[in-house]
Design a protein around this ligand. Structure first.
Ligand code: G16
Ligand code: MG
Length: 220
């Protein structure tokens, strides 16, 4: 039985995944690298520096660590400019009803995000006091697909991994949740990932009842 739900942030709670794409695209254009929406899919859930490494993977030019840090900072400045427009209307369909319903049922809710901008985003969309715990890119040493972010969230909630359901929009996040021993609900672009235990296009397409009834095969 699921007793806690850990939500990814970008692409699950809020549509900031589009801003990440636009910011990386602007940086890539400035540097003369090709970067498509398809390339962007591999960056979902991956940390800022690891995302940059993926973008530069085929680049002939070699960059020092200081130059890479400067590029990542440039991307973040562009991203923060885009985030300055962020309001509650960027919350994705079904999210608010889902959170209200889970809390009414006494289910713990958490954020498990790779982003170092998570606190800023949650405040901008008015959800900074909603979650029982927030584990984000400032708390972890290893980014998704490592399970650290979700294991830490479960630990802070006092929940066993098998009592937790992770909601994710990224291949790296699904891998992280499975490695943490948790059930996974895939949403959005991850909905066709065969590793997920449940999949929907967005959270308006599922009842909290069916989320909570999910049992992992190993503990069924
Ligand atoms: C998010 C995004 C990633 C982004 C990462 C780091 O993770 O999906 O694209 O690279 O956070 O974000 P920041 O540059 O804001 O620290 P999640 O786990 O919330 O999807
Ligand atoms: Mg995400």
């Amino acid at each position: 039985m699921i007793k806690a739900v850990i939500f990814d942030l970008d692409g699950v709670i809020v549509s900031t995944d589009e801003y990440h794409y636009l910011a990386w695209k602007q940086l890539a254009d400035e540097k003369g690298y090709s970067f498509t929406r398809q390339d962007n899919e591999r960056l979902r859930g991956v940390s800022r520096m690891e995302s940059l490494e993926l973008i530069l993977r085929d680049a002939s030019q070699r960059y020092s660590q200081a130059e890479k840090l400067a590029m990542a900072e440039t991307k973040n400045v562009i991203y923060r400019q885009l985030l300055s427009k962020l309001q509650a209307d960027a919350v994705l369909p079904g999210v608010l009803d889902c959170l209200v319903d889970l809390k009414a049922r006494g289910v713990k809710v958490a954020i498990g995000s790779s982003s170092k901008n998570a606190a800023y985003i949650l405040q901008a969309i008015g959800l900074d006091r909603t979650f029982d715990t927030v584990v984000d890119g400032t708390c972890i040493t290893r980014s998704k697909p490592d399970p650290e972010v979700f294991s830490q969230a479960a630990q802070q909630l006092g929940m066993a991994p098998e009592s937790c359901l992770v909601v994710e929009d990224a291949a790296a996040g699904i891998e992280a949740a499975l490695a943490a021993g948790m059930a996974v609900l895939a949403v959005g672009t991850a909905a066709d990932d065969p590793r997920a235990h449940l999949a929907v296009s967005n959270l308006s397409q599922i009842t909290t009842e069916s989320m909570l009834q999910l049992q992992l095969p190993s503990v069924a």
